[in-house]
Design a protein around this ligand. Sequence first.
Ligand code: CDP
Ligand code: CDP
Length: 219
Amino acid sequence: MQIAIDGPASSGKSTVAKIVATKLGFIYVDTGAMYRVATVLTQKLGLDYSDEQGILAALKQADIQFKPDQAGQKVFLDNEDITLMIRTPEITNNVSQVSALAGVRTEMVARQRKIAAQGQVVMDGRDIGTTVLPTAEVKIFMVASAQERAKRRYAENTAKGIMTPLATLQAEIELRDQKDSTRVVSPLKKADDAIEIDTTQLTINEVVEAILVIVKQNM
Ligand code: CDP
Ligand code: CDP
């Protein structure tokens, strides 16, 4: 079975996908983290965020590893732990530019499908139900108001000691959604056969339970 979870930034995809995967014993794949790694690589090499050929060549050489960890997963680029680096504001604010490059997407989608071929998966991102796993048995499109999503990111940041104002976070989230939804290749879009869940008023547990019910109906 394949479970595809898509939706805009901070709608709760990765938190919920991780729990659902653990409960079902499935592999969890965070595709956003893969685009974030490509963005870190671009920054480290001093390449322009629009340099498609340069980024693609670097990606093909790079050793990228995701290792399960108590707190989720650790991310390594050429043996360097970049788990924290992929979530910095610099990377978050430039990832949409890198992820819009057609060549980068082709490379990432191939890697994602290879992982999915290894077993049952829960994969979250923007184009999983539409492009990466179009025949997934369960497709969820998770949404929440921009205000609520900014509040969640704010709480997360405060816990880490990052003090970006709430209004700035909301503006950044809306800008990223707009870029992700309007790009030419595989834009963020609900698949026709996806079930939409609005998480604005729901707890993490309530969303997990709602998805497990849908999974059982499709088993
Ligand atoms: O966690 P958050 O919602 O902030 O973002 P993410 O899931 O880590 O994804 C970061 C960025 O990667 C998104 O804003 C998209 O630009 C890109 N992305 C994508 O294009 N396609 C995917 N399947 C997953 C992420
Ligand atoms: O992966 P995505 O960017 O869609 O969102 P996330 O990183 O899973 O969730 C963003 C934040 O919202 C996390 O701190 C979650 O704990 C929180 N969250 C929540 O408060 N209520 C939910 N129903 C879902 C997520």
